[in-house]
Design a protein around this ligand. Structure first.
Ligand code: HOZ
Length: 424
């Protein structure tokens, strides 16, 4: 493959944008080589600046459940453009999107739209603190909840990928309000609540972790979190930025049968446009300004373009529940034959290949994966026209636009790539 235009663009970008990218994990730093610059996407495929074509398993980091440029989303955007691009004032469409979210995720009795997953988690923990009158937040090692100061402690995603243990610029006092525990360990949670129970405002968790690679919850784990938080008067926040509308129409909470107090959602409810949301119990959400004393705001919140695209996507998903069977079946086929020396974790249509015998159940086991080998595998896949997330500590996503041919081609590419990194 020729990458000369991407190389040229990357040189230019580095002069003006830190590291040449607008979000660190895009930079390919942990997989070797330089990023490819994307020119356009169509369905399950993306095309780079040099005209190379790839089957895309990043899907804008999850939200493109229907693939790139889905006609119903484009039509909704075209319609929205005839009205205006931003008002900073309420519109009826925001109510429709809020109702569609509540319809799919019944634990969300009230919802506030924001602009990103980071804003959603930042706001949700503020609300949890305001509602409970407590300061401490429990999170889990390897989980990533956006670049919120106090949630960057032992975070996954780009933080883990780049090995930035302690982000500079976050005051120690903020980190001191975070208790980071191993994921999937009920004992650690019980112990933390035994010691600090009356000071913990909330437990925030990715119900299926996507940010140390895909790591599912152990059977009963989410129920245990529900029970312990309830017993101690703390809130349970499910961060469904990745899993919302992805692992089931009603998200991980539907798939695993757990009812949180608050839920955070991200770009998925914008069909890929910049949007996020947090919501949950009415008695809690009623404390958000102007209904209550917990302040949170945003000019672009409920932006008409993002709302239109999101609504089109949620309506399409609701009208086509068969999509979830297709996603499950295609992802299962993709993950069926992983050679010895590697392991795969999959929940629904999100998955990760790890270069360790496994099992991978938490950050300790995820980081045992041979990341150099992952890097070689990633590059071999790229050269064969398959675009995976450029990090061992991210998930891959199948969309409804992926065809059986895409899956078959990806399986063939993976066989060769595994052989190339001596996992056979
Ligand atoms: N938030 C995404 C989840 N891992 C990664 C995208 C990014 O950091 O750019």
């Amino acid at each position: 493959m020729n990458h000369s235009k991407s190389e040229q663009l990357f040189r230019r970008a580095q002069e003006i944008i830190p590291g040449g990218v607008n979000s660190p994990v895009r930079a390919f730093r942990s997989v070797g080589g330089n990023p490819v610059f994307i020119a356009r996407g169509e369905g399950s495929h993306i095309f780079d600046a040099d005209g190379n074509e790839y089957i895309d398993y990043v899907g804008s980091w999850g939200p493109l459940l229907l693939g790139h440029r889905h006609p119903e989303i484009l039509a909704a955007l075209e319609q929205a453009l005839t009205i205006g691009t931003s008002f900073g004032a309420p519109t009826e469409q925001e109510i429709l999107l809020a109702e569609a979210i509540r319809d799919a995720v019944p634990s969300i009795e009230m919802v506030r739209l924001v602009n990103s997953g980071t804003e959603a988690t930042m706001s949700a923990i503020r609300v949890a603190r305001g509602f409970t009158g407590r300061d401490l937040i429990v999170k889990f090692e390897g989980c990533y909840h956006g670049h919120v100061d106090s949630l960057l402690v032992k975070a996954g995603s780009g933080v883990a990928t780049l090995g930035i243990a302690d982000t500079q610029g976050v005051p120690k006092a903020f980190c001191d309000t975070t208790i980071a525990l191993p994921y999937n360990s009920p004992e650690a949670v019980t112990e933390a609540f035994r010691t600090h129970g009356d000071r913990i405002a909330a437990v925030i968790v990715e119900p299926v972790v996507g940010n140390m690679g895909c790591v599912p919850p152990a059977p009963g784990y989410l129920q245990m979190l529900r029970e312990v938080t309830e017993r101690h008067g703390a809130l349970l926040i499910l961060d469904e930025v990745m899993t919302g509308f992805r692992v089931a129409f009603g998200g991980a909470q539907q798939r695993y049968g757990v009812k949180p107090d608050l839920t955070t959602l991200g770009k998925v409810i914008g069909g890929g446009l910049p949007v996020g949301a947090y919501g949950g119990r009415k008695d809690i959400m009623s404390k958000v300004a102007p209904a209550g004393p917990i302040y949170q705001a945003g000019t672009l919140s409920g932006n008409p373009l993002a709302v239109a695209a999101g609504l089109a996507m949620l309506r399409h998903l609701k009208a086509h529940p068969e999509i979830y069977h297709q996603l499950e079946a295609r992802a299962a086929a993709l993950c069926a034959n992983v050679p010895a020396g590697a392991t795969v974790n999959r929940v629904g249509s999100m998955f990760t290949f790890f270069f360790t015998e496994g099992p991978v159940t938490d950050w300790e086991s995820a980081k045992r994966s041979d990341t150099a080998r992952f890097g070689r595998f990633f590059r071999a896949m790229l050269e064969r026209g398959v675009y995976l997330a450029p990090s061992q500590f991210e998930a891959a996503f199948v969309s409804a636009a992926h065809t059986e041919q895409d899956i078959a081609k990806t399986i063939e590419a993976a066989k060769e790539a595994f052989r190339g990194v001596a996992v056979v």
